[in-house]
Design a protein around this ligand. Sequence first.
Ligand SMILES: Nc1ncnc2c1ncn2[C@@H]1O[C@H](COP(=O)(O)OP(=O)(O)O)[C@@H](O)[C@H]1O
Ligand SMILES: [Mg+2]
Length: 249
Amino acid sequence: MSPTAEAVIELRDVRKSFGAQKVLDGLSFQVPRGRCLAIMGPSGTGKSVILRHVIGLLKADAGVVSVEGRDVARLSKHELSDLRKRMGFLFQEGALINWLTVGENVALPLRENTRLPDAEIRRKVQEKLELVHIPDAWDKLPAQISGGMKKRVGLARALITDPEIVLYDEPNAGLDPEISQSINDLLRELHERLRVTALLVEHRVRCIRTVADEVLFLEKGRVLVQLPPREFFASDHPRLVQFLGKDPD
Ligand SMILES: Nc1ncnc2c1ncn2[C@@H]1O[C@H](COP(=O)(O)OP(=O)(O)O)[C@@H](O)[C@H]1O
Ligand SMILES: [Mg+2]
């Protein structure tokens, strides 16, 4: 990813501790417009913490987190809420509401944040269900659908506001390899069609190979290596060999 391209998401020397525990320790990276950067690293290293800084749910102790050139920590409540409307999130657990149908789960961000008329909301929801290849799922309840389908619903909900930026926290967690590859193919297809800028927290090699333009390995709160997937997975860096050797996919 060329450093001269316009950065949509940028972290500059970000530091964050919880009590005595240093989690981010001088972390810097950029994601240019329309690109997908994957973040890899052992569990508990701060990957989800990074995403929460980008959404403005956490504030750095030092350094700058900027989105579209604006320092997220300095935005007013109103500006932050505007920014969040332009971002989609796919959380690790999927986070569907059990008592709402698939259609109403996907509609939720529009019902909560816009005054669109019901017919318009229904049209947009159906469009997104089609986009993630589950056109007939509207009336189903989360308990009635498979794990792979729940991810698709979560993805439809993440995309319902037509965000320019999407954050994925382990979109493959809990899925078997076959279903996970179908989610990876879907993510790739969406990125090609929608040209969103994305941060992808993931440890599965196939997902990163399919979806990401670059991969960053997070260690001790900073970037150990950042490379395009092909070079990353071919690297003979001892730490990467050790990590990837333990986690074949
Ligand atoms: N709000 C919080 N308060 C205290 N500790 C936290 C908080 N959020 C995360 N942590 C700690 O920060 C570390 C990194 O967490 P996280 O980003 O969730 O890891 P992962 O890389 O697995 O996503 C963990 O040790 C976690 O316990
Ligand atoms: Mg996490």
